[in-house]
Design a protein around this ligand. Sequence first.
Ligand code: GLA
Length: 726
Amino acid sequence: MAISFFAERGLFHLTNGKFSYYVQIHPSGILLNPYFGAYIEDIDPEQMGRIGGEDWFSHYYCHTDGREKEYEGLYFNASPMLFPSAGGADVRPSAMEIRGARNNKLDMRYVSHRIYRGKPKLSGLPYVRDDAGEAETLEIVLREHVKDIKAVLSLSVLPEYNAVIRNTEFINKTGKPLRLERAMSVVQDLSRADLDIVHFPGEWMFERQFRREALSEGRKVISASAGRSSHEHNPFVMLADRDATETFGEVYAASFLYSGSFKCEANVSKVGVTRLTMGIDDEHFSFAVADGESFTFPEGLTVYSNRGFEGISHQMHDLIRRNLIKDNAPAAYRSVLLNSWEGCYMDFDTEKVLALIASGKRMGVELFVLDDGWFGRRNDDLRSLGDWHVNEKKIDLKKIIDACHENGMRFGIWIEPEMANFDSDLLRAHPEYAAVDISSDPWLSRHQVMLDFADPEVVDEIYGQLEALLSQYDIDYVKWDHNRTLEDYYSAYLGEGRQDEFYHRNTLGYYRLADMLTTRFPDIHFQGCASGGGRFDLGTLFYFPEIWTSDENDPVQRLFIQYGTSFAYPPCVMGSHINDDPVTCYRTKAEIALFGSYGFELDPRRMSDADIGEVNAVTEIYGKFHDDVVLDGDLFRLSSPYDGREFAIDMVDKQKSKALLLVVGLLKKPRTRRFVKLRGLNPWANYVNSFDGKVYSGDYYMKVGINLSDVRREFDSRLITLEEVE
Ligand code: GLA
């Protein structure tokens, strides 16, 4: 049993044998979370709950039925709460908030529980899958102390991960309409205040940069507030021991399965405790919940590691690969891709595309993707988003697809379903479909507007168009883009008084369309994209097994982007292409792109035979190592590009029989003597390496390392293969 209940002590223990998560029902019914950490057979909540200082100040007293009552073991703003209330004594960030009742207080208390095999499957929202039926769930029903408001809190564990998956359902039974103003999917209290926070800020073409800073008293807020998870921040953070490293120390990670605006707060209070919350951004969120109705929070996730950041990454990578993404077209993962965007932008016709396809053969291209510019009257970014029919004056799509298939290539196409231009047949016929108030002089971005995906009719209209396109043509791959933020919105469908529901309902519309299309076309491989990596999150990965990591293809910038992205997300979900940026040679560009879903973003006709030769040598390694090592293996970050000297990673297959090592120098003279020590090999196995052809034990590679003293130019790289030998 993963979940036990000690009834006489009101104590639950959630575990997989490697970590422990304890939940305590305080005699008041308030739920505490006294411990989350390495596995421990039992805890003493009473001893753990004590805090120093003036008890009269910090204790909970309640005025019940005209009498004063002391709640022992509960302290203002100090006790580790599982479902922290709002509007009451705990002024730290709460789990949820309401308006519209007699008062705003939400004092949620235990009513009942059940433990069951399996876990919630959300309807209309992404969730961690448990297809193998391995999960176990503790479901607790809570009720507000005096109001008829309920919450169903589900905490699930899966045997493979030191993780708690959290679901919350808010239920209004008050007899009148309420507004839900805050819905936090993650709430994690830790009885300590000596933690660093690691988060991943960035910008367009420089997404998910690694940042680490010490938390101290007060709140650190990380948020995205323009309708998508964003380039600027990512809904994944870690709290770590101050001295935690890649391989050492306690680290707690949090994420949630959501692609809209979000807010994460790390709150350190004066008594020395830390609360981490993550959920829908509450600054533009106010959701009407009528009497008898409920609201489902997006699913949240907390992960624990006592072996540094690597322990978190390995669990996140496995969880994403095994329990989140679903791909019925896995061959597309290993297909060498050629995307038309940087090669010709929107300037193409049938002949030009056929020429690209033909020249792609020289580089072993297996999947050709026709990017923006094939539909409506689109030759620039001023028009036609919303009109998803082929521009037959410009291209013969069937001929192009046939040419791909005849050349043994798959065919992919670009779409941007959630957007429209005013210059489109769609908005000419239905101006109300645009999510803007035209009377307010709305701001445009890239000349386009967001469609009102809060309105089911709009989603159905776009589904109809795309269903027709994908049924008519033999399309194997879809790149699903999203090229503007959603500020300055207005939903005619929602009307006055309900505009603050837009962001969330719009995100639900995105999920609905993604669900309908991926269900209708299960064999199509979808790549998510949002001006590069503006929607790189677990919510998107539930529907699309791969995301375009960044519009930045400069390989050196990419090192930083892929490094930061790798803390939460496995390389196989990162779209990663070679372009014609001259900053490094083609070999280095290819070696960096290989740690991802590999391909090209250029016009192959402009490449010399020598360039193609360099790339093809790397593509051969890709073909041999991708499935076991990159797609399925474990990643080890050996040195950080932020150290300024070199970037080094290795990846090892699960059997520990093959590995890839990539080292990229960032300085001309990084060190005179230079050994790169690998991780993750079998110490007792012998491996031959492709650098000097020698055979050493795994132990040797990990303790002594490979001597790379001769690699002495900036941006020079070495991709080294290791294969087990007798
Ligand atoms: C976004 C994408 C690019 C490309 C263009 C097309 O910027 O990230 O890869 O598809 O849109 O307009």
